[in-house]
Design a protein around this ligand. Sequence first.
Ligand SMILES: [Zn+2]
Length: 82
Amino acid sequence: MELHCPECNSIVYSRRADICGICGKPLPESFHFHGDQAEKIETELEHARHDLQAVSDDRAAVREGLDTPDSLFLEDATDDMQ
Ligand SMILES: [Zn+2]
């Protein structure tokens, strides 16, 4: 889908543009709406990436806990001293 400047009829390549890159006239609100939607989708994708990163971080932490159970031994030692 191509958007055209209502003033000079040039193709507007960027839906986020506030003004026409050719004639410099302000673009209609509907152009901005499309831009906002694209931005919203990008934000949601960004959040999804963060969630995936968080999950992999949790798994790494669980692995570390299983590989190094030193904290359990330290707790036992403290109990014996009291
Ligand atoms: Zn124009």
